[in-house]
Write a protein that binds this ligand. Sequence first.
Ligand code: B12
Length: 215
Amino acid sequence: MSILEEIRKNVFDGDENNTVELVKKALDEGKTAQEILDESLVAGLRDCGAGFEKGEKFIPEMLLSSESMKVAMVVLKPLLLEGSGIGGAGKAVLATVEGDVHDIGLELVGTMFETAGFEVRNMGPDVPTEDIVEAVKEDKPHIVGLSALLSNTMDVMPDVIEALADAGLRDSVKVMVGGAPVKQDFADEIGADGWAYDAASAVPKAKELRAQLPD
Ligand code: B12
């Protein structure tokens, strides 16, 4: 088994300590932070989700897998951020919508945005709509990124867009949506400005949307 496969298995098994040790070893062996992230951490969590769907994994185990990913990110994040000029590309406010506690994908989007030079306020998971509106009022970001991992919390996204419009903020900000169940057609349907499949493809989309706003 290659070291990347070994890390993937340890994330799947939810073994925090081994995951971190193996991540450090992989870096020593010359693997890049991005490779480890994509091929081991995200893949391991995806396997875990598939196990949950088949009834082979349960919530406490999903939690252990997500914790393993999070501790590994403590090692990888500084490497991913190396050389990025934070703030030059614009400002972003990110949140997972109310009722949804999934925040790993959102964290990754935040890290990739920072790598690309965005100044990011990551509000974390389960954020009430009115708090998102308040943050947009305060920070005046170019981009608002909304995440949802549950089919029922996706439906909070149009409420956030409506609340931004009601507060007179909709024209000053570009709204991006994402998360595993969220697709381009849903984004179009709810009047979001952009969607991206993953954190890597969210960056060019955010830059494209940022360019449509005045300085
Ligand atoms: C880890 C996990 C958990 C952890 C979350 C820990 C945490 N701090 O995040 C815990 C154990 C708490 C959990 C709880 C639950 N979970 Co859960 N969970 C997962 C799991 C295994 C992995 C999610 C993850 O982190 N993926 C890795 C990241 C990197 O991927 P991602 O989140 O998709 O993000 C990427 C893209 O989507 C995109 N993206 C994400 N956000 C955004 C935002 C923007 C703006 C953009 C552009 C892009 C973008 O970029 C990201 C990076 O590339 C998934 C399985 C899966 N396949 O997704 C199930 C899953 C999401 N969970 C599920 C369920 C059902 C639940 C529970 C309801 C279970 C229960 N019965 O209680 C609860 C929900 C509690 C709640 N109210 O939110 C289902 C959802 C089904 C559905 N469609 O509704 C899934 C799909 C599992 C399954 N196959 O059934 N879960």
